[in-house]
Write a protein that binds this ligand. Structure first.
Ligand SMILES: Nc1nc2c(c(=O)[nH]1)N[C@@H](CN(C=O)c1ccc(C(=O)N[C@@H](CCC(=O)O)C(=O)O)cc1)CN2
Length: 297
């Protein structure tokens, strides 16, 4: 039995962060200032706190200015919107990211809609999703852009390939489908209510699983030789030893016998999210400074 390749997202992300660091040096030499990223965390969700801490560390390591705003979960929506407006008006800030999810009393769409689209390094503003959907230059959400980078690195030209995206979120599924369409793939968006999901997935040369259900995509669903990108991060508890671990949306051990290549969880797509965030911040800084897009990013 042959087994597929494990795509090393961690190593790819490290290389990308290195290239961003080089771009930051060149940007700073040209403009006399560093690119700046502002990250807003509302509440104390443990996973979100870790992601925000890592974003701050990696922003600094790339040579950028990092601004962190930690607000209590009880903050009102108006107060949060006021902070976003302040960051929109602050010239040192090239990128604004509000960590999701937000507490239930705050309307996510209003918050995202208040971010200046030029500083929307998450690419979640409707202006950016509209630009992406119409094939124009846009700020692209970090996780799907990271997935696309891994796919192109593995497969080269994606033109004509059959791609199935399992998951229809605004953050991953929908922008992922748009990116694959722009690469001339034939794209299907499937989800938890798709009829006969197994046979839909079995058509695909490329499977992107972003449905948020532990190991939902089974090995035998995968067409032999397909490339699988697993976006899921699901914490599960082992019944035997009671220890918890993270698994993806794909049953990786089974899938390995079928795939050409697959991203692991952890160490696949996850590390790409922050690396692409830094890349998007550098791109936003160039655009705001009236400079051409940095090359090779
Ligand atoms: N405003 C945003 N909020 C959220 C986003 C986002 O892109 N923008 N994405 C996720 C969380 N996220 C970054 O914010 C993120 C998730 C996972 C990882 C990562 O490196 N994962 C590791 C495993 C980490 C672990 O052990 O828990 C991996 O997969 O190897 C980085 C960033 C939701 N919110």
């Amino acid at each position: 039995m042959t087994i597929g390749k494990i795509i090393d997202g961690k190593a790819f992300a490290e290389t990308l962060r290195g290239k961003v660091g080089d771009g930051v040096i060149a940007f700073t030499a040209k403009t006399g200032r560093k690119p700046g990223l502002a990250v807003v965390l509302v509440g104390e969700d443990p996973a979100s706190s870790v992601y925000v801490r890592n974003k701050g560390k990696m922003t600094l390591a790339a040579g950028m200015e990092s601004m962190e705003f930690k607000l209590p979960a009880s903050i009102g929506e108006e107060e949060l919107l006021d902070l976003v407006e302040e960051l929109n008006a602050d010239d040192r800030v090239d990128g604004i990211l509000v960590q999701l999810p937000l507490p239930a009393h705050i309307n996510e769409a209003s918050v995202i809609g208040t971010i200046d689209p030029a500083k929307d390094v998450d690419g979640f503003h409707v202006v950016n999703s509209g630009l992406l959907a119409t094939g124009q230059d846009a700020m692209v959400p970090c996780t799907p852009l990271g997935c696309l980078m891994l796919l192109k690195d593995e497969l080269g030209d994606l033109s004509g390939l059959e791609a199935v995206v399992v998951g229809r979120s605004n953050i991953v599924g929908k922008p992922m489908a748009q990116l694959l369409l722009a690469e001339n793939c034939t794209v299907t968006i499937a989800h938890s209510r798709t009829r006969d999901l197994a046979s839909v997935v079995h058509r695909a040369d490329i499977v992107v699983a972003a449905v948020g259900r532990a190991e939902m995509v089974k090995g035998e669903w995968i067409k032999p030789g397909a490339t699988v990108i697993d976006v899921g991060i699901n914490r599960v508890t082992d019944t035997e030893d009671g220890k918890s671990r993270i698994v993806g949306d794909v049953a990786t051990a089974e899938a390995l016998a079928h795939v050409r290549a697959i991203t692991p969880v952890p160490g696949g797509v996850g590390p790409m999210t922050i690396a692409v965030l830094l890349r998007n911040t550098l791109v936003a800084a160039h655009a705001r400074a009236g400079l051409a897009k940095p090359e090779g990013l």
